[in-house]
Ligand binder design. Structure first.
Ligand code: BGP
Length: 478
């Protein structure tokens, strides 16, 4: 019976700003996420101008990994992780983004972290920009509106590639570069690109202009990385939420097809090295001015990625005769024609639970791009209760088990080339969209609440030993 490859990379996924804390430690500068207030379920996070003294910023201390990393890495090792995905905090390395020299204390932190991981045979999988642009680049340069920020990102990438060339093999340029296609939610353009749409601007045009600079930055970084170490595997990273047609009504089918372009646009360019015709036609039809410079086509062609990393949490559904609100309500996945899918349930935060959808997108993405894929985020955010000193997170185990069963089908039955699987939030961390600790993903509990109270003590949930056994058996025992 065919099984997953013996070198399948079982791991866990995190992001610097959501768990490190130490937001201003040892020379680190503020990033665009350090000025995001706490939100809550249904209450959006606010983007503040600067760090307001009377505001609570959940990412400032997060779960204090910055000071506790040896303890946590030991727990990851006990779980048997083969790899750990996390990001390098851009403003820990370049506090303002345009500093003459990098911050040595920041570089040393990641040297120490990677050494600790490698000591336990855990391979670092590194995202360069996971919503952590230095605030100065956003405020003073206008973020990726400004082509000068391309050069600052590429310099950051080069410093990291060169410093860690013997410790890190797998890299990704931008986390969920395609989030900003949902222009209804200002959080995405701000955290992706350090950009806020001004009154009177066309949000979609601003998104594409910004996106062009990021695509150039990604392609230049890939070329630089491969020059530093040809063995690097450098990937794109996108949020991939499939959009199903509500019915076999051809109008529903075509609407879903057309809306999937918002999921495919960025990876189309990063994998193929050219802009797709549906986008070029939109630019012409809508009169968007995209800041192409001479030589950009060449840059994109020479900077295509080696693999496609993606996050998968849920699926969404659209119906052609529904003109829904543009509230960005997560129930309809933030889609204007979004409707509930009557065949699947949802989490407490309204994220649909669709394991078969994972097998579906693995096939769609592999057929489209024919390069290795990497599931670098998948998980179940839920409220966890401590009962008699234990945390029986059965719903999380059920969610992960069902999704692993489907990824195994995609590999073993459908022939998809899948590098690995790193469930999101392997330890409880700050939720990105809501700023909450209450929305827990981890297999390790952290005693900290939405208001920042708690001992920070770590505690294994039932899912800790369950996942440890999954890894030991290479996915055979679920
Ligand atoms: C993705 C981000 C992650 C993570 C995840 C879960 O968009 O790449 O940073 O946060 O979403 O979302 P949340 O934390 O809001 O539940």
């Amino acid at each position: 019976m065919k099984t997953l490859p013996k070198d399948f990379l079982w791991g866990g996924a995190l992001a610097a700003h959501q768990f490190e804390g130490g937001w201003d430690a040892d020379g680190k500068g503020p990033s665009v996420v350090d000025v995001l207030t706490a939100g809550a379920h249904g209450v959006a996070r606010r983007i503040t101008d600067k760090v307001e003294p009377d505001e609570f910023y959940p990412n400032h201390e997060a779960i204090d990994f910055y000071h506790r990393y040896k303890e946590d890495v030991a727990l990851f090792a006990e779980m048997g992780l083969k790899c750990l995905r996390t990001s390098i905090g851009w403003s820990r390395i370049f506090p303002n983004g345009d500093d003459a020299e990098p911050n040595e204390a920041g570089l040393q932190f990641y040297d120490d972290l990677f050494d600790e991981l490698l000591k336990h045979d855990i391979e670092p999988i590194i995202t360069l920009s996971h919503f952590e642009m230095p605030l100065h680049l956003a405020r003073e340069y206008g973020g990726f509106r400004n082509r000068a920020v391309v050069d600052h990102f590429v310099r950051f990438a080069e410093v990291c590639f060169d410093r860690y060339k013997d410790k890190v093999k797998y890299w990704m340029t931008f986390n969920e570069i395609n989030n900003k296609m949902d222009v209804n939610n200002p959080l995405f353009l701000w955290t992706n690109s350090g950009v806020i749409v001004e009154d009177g601007e066309n949000a979609r045009e601003v998104m594409y202009q910004t996106g062009h600079h990021e695509l150039i930055a990604s392609a230049l970084a890939v070329a630089k990385g491969k020059a530093i170490n040809p063995d690097f595997e450098i990937g794109a990273m996108v949020s991939h939420v499939p959009i199903y047609p509500f019915s076999s009504n051809p109008d529903d089918v075509m609407l879903a097809e057309e809306m999937m372009r918002q999921r495919y646009f960025f990876p189309d360019v990063q994998v193929r090295g050219v802009y797709p015709s549906y986008a070029l036609n939109e630019f012409e039809r809508e009169g968007y001015s995209i800041p192409f410079l001479d030589g950009d086509e060449e840059i994109l062609k020479n900077g295509t990625v080696d693999y496609l990393g993606f996050s998968y949490y849920m699926s969404t559904t659209v119906k052609s005769d529904v003109v829904a609100d543009n509230s960005g309500d997560i129930v309809n996945g933030g889609l204007p024609n979004g409707v509930e899918n009557p065949y699947i349930k949802s989490s407490d935060w309204g994220w649909s639970i669709d394991p078969v959808g994972l097998r579906y997108v693995l096939n769609r993405l592999y057929d489209r791009y024919q390069i290795p894929l990497f599931i670098v985020e998948n998980g179940f955010g839920a409220v966890d209760e401590i009962v008699d000193g234990k945390i029986h997170d059965a719903a999380r185990i059920d969610y992960l088990k069902a999704h692993i069963e489907q990824l195994k089908q995609a590999v073993v039955y459908d022939g998809v080339d899948l590098i690995g699987y790193t469930p999101w939030g392997i330890i409880d961390i700050v939720s990105f969209t809501t700023g909450e600790m209450k929305k827990r993903y981890g297999m390790i509990y952290v005693d900290r609440d939405n208001e920042g109270n708690g001992s920070m003590e770590r505690m294994k949930k039932d899912s800790f030993d369950w996942y440890k056994h999954v890894i030991e058996t290479n996915g055979e025992a679920l």
